[in-house]
Design a protein around this ligand. Structure first.
Ligand SMILES: Cc1ncc(C[n+]2csc(CCOP(=O)(O)OP(=O)(O)O)c2C)c(N)n1
Length: 365
């Protein structure tokens, strides 16, 4: 709907979705921009904190803000969200404290947050095993059908599931099994694929010889490709797909075509496998810049943009301060869940590590 230069010029294929966009107020449209700008500031801060040794690893979401914000804002409060490991703004929109993501990446917790805590908006924990969350999501969606919590015709109450995965993950068997079960049981579920062009160093052309959304056909799952750098498309198409799914029409698939502008994680060096021409051509399609242009054309004020910049900076500052105060990794944690009962070898290793840690001047590494 939104061109790379920020002009609203919907194609004929966008027609059925225009009413969904028209229903958004100015404040809601500005909110989509705010979500994207704030999470980018957070993401840059988290990357810097990793470089300063404050966390072990960081998977940047830089460049994928539109796909994530649009789809997350499209979900209703009662929906269930299954992220992979890069959906920082999805988690934030649902209520997860972004510092809980940092705690996970710092090694302080195994899960990061409690999905059953209502403050976390039914957001399940990050899944680093590629594609596994699609099975978890389908299982939950099947449960919704069995329990009559979906498909009653009440959009405000019926529950649906959205699951995020990547182009690389689409090659995992788990994703295919999840789609077969979803189609068989007509689950109220949206498979939201962010095709960010690269599975670490493997290009999407190696993962699939045909566009990924076309795989939906093979399972009998209606699938739609969208411009993943257009937050309006992400919002409208996901909103419709979730509502179709929750009304008992079965699962839907969306392929958001986007680009990972940063590294895969802070352990990766993308200059080894992609060209700066490619990076620059995608930078010209930046999702945040195009939404800014669109909002300005609708009359958004300088004061609005200044306010977003200030709140983005405040989020980044808060993240830095709270991360620096998180403290060291509790070394017992890694031994706690190896066996369900005490084990002499584990006890010995735990004692060794405690002695080793104590040998440092500060008593901790
Ligand atoms: C089952 C499994 N196999 C391999 C890996 C190693 N691995 C981590 S991320 C990744 C690439 C994932 O690419 P994609 O699904 O496109 O998601 P992106 O990281 O680009 O968002 C791989 C192969 C893993 N985590 N899990």
């Amino acid at each position: 709907m939104l061109d790379a230069d920020g002009t609203l010029s919907p194609t004929p294929a966008a027609e059925p979705y225009l009413a969904v966009i028209d229903a958004l107020s100015d404040a809601e449209l500005e909110g989509l921009y705010r979500d994207m700008a704030e999470i980018r500031a957070f993401d840059v801060q988290a990357t810097n904190l990793q470089r300063q040794g404050q966390l072990a690893l960081w998977p940047p979401s830089f460049g994928q803000e539109a796909a994530q914000v649009g789809s997350a804002r499209a979900a209703r409060a009662q929906d269930h969200v299954f992220p992979s490991y890069r959906e920082h703004v999805v988690a934030r929109i649902r209520g997860v404290d972004p510092v809980d993501i940092i705690r996970l990446m710092r090694g302080l917790t195994h899960g990061g947050w409690d999905p059953t805590d209502p403050r976390n908006g039914n957001t399940h924990i990050y899944t680093l095993v590629l594609g596994a969350q699609t099975l978890h999501a389908t299982g939950l969606a099947m449960g919704l059908v069995f329990d009559g919590r979906s498909g009653t015709g009440d959009l405000e109450r019926d529950e649906a599931v959205i699951v995020y995965y990547g182009d690389g993950a689409s090659s995992q068997g788990d994703v295919h099994e999840a789609m077969v079960f979803a189609a068989s049981y007509q689950t109220p579920e949206v498979f939201f694929l962010q095709n960010n062009q690269w599975a670490i160093s493997v290009p999407v052309s190696t993962q699939s010889r045909s566009p990924l959304y076309r795989r939906g056909d093979g399972y009998g799952i209606p699938a739609i490709p969208i411009d993943g750098n257009d937050v309006l498309a992400g919002y409208a198409v996901t909103r419709v797909a979730l509502d179709e799914a929750r009304t008992g029409q079965g699962p839907r698939a969306i392929e958001a075509i986007t680009y990972r502008m940063g590294a895969h994680t802070t352990s990766d060096d993308p200059t080894k496998y992609r060209t700066s021409d490619e990076e620059q051509s995608w930078a010209r399609r930046d999702p945040i810049a195009r939404m800014a242009t669109y909002l300005r054309s609708r009359g958004a004020s300088d004061a609005f943009f200044a306010d977003v910049e200030a709140s983005a900076r405040a989020l980044a500052d808060d993240t830095r301060v709270r991360t620096n105060a998180l403290g060291g990794v509790p070394t017992d944690l890694m031994f706690d869940h190896v066996y369900s009962e005490p084990h002499p070898l584990i006890d010995e290793q735990q004692r060794w590590l405690a002695d080793y840690e104590a040998s440092f001047e500060e008593g901790t590494s």
